[in-house]
Design a protein around this ligand. Structure first.
Ligand code: ZN
Length: 121
């Protein structure tokens, strides 16, 4: 078990939720990059694929990678809605009623605001 785990974590990249945050916010990505020493990275950390969270030796390699199967699969996976606790609870029927009520409440509030706007105008 120990040996297997070592193999599986050796080339471990960032998780999907981390990558989604990277894509959304350049600050999040900068924070991650700051945690690495450029001298330890391939190509001194100049060529980075955000979606795959991978460094490459050269710009040529990075371009070849973005045309490849693995990169395209990763981009497609990232476009799906990320797994969340709400989604997991909804799958077993928890929290659905509460969310539904919350939705009604929000809709009422919006209607109230619209009424007030009309009265003010
Ligand atoms: Zn990639």
């Amino acid at each position: 078990m120990g040996a297997l785990r070592k193999i599986k974590t050796k080339r471990r990249t960032r998780d999907y939720d981390q990558v989604i945050a990277d894509v959304d916010s350049s600050r999040h990505l900068a924070q991650y990059k700051a945690s690495k020493d450029p001298e330890d990275l391939p190509g001194l950390g100049q060529h980075f694929c955000v979606e795959c969270s991978k460094w490459f030796e050269s710009d040529y390699n990075l371009k070849a990678h973005t045309k490849g199967k693995n990169h395209k699969r990763r981009v497609r996976l990232l476009q799906e809605e990320p797994h969340s606790q709400e989604l997991a609870e909804a799958a077993v029927g928890l929290g659905v009623v509460e969310n539904w009520r919350g939705h009604i409440k929000r809709a009422d509030n919006a209607a109230d605001k619209a009424d007030k706007m009309e009265m003010a105008a």
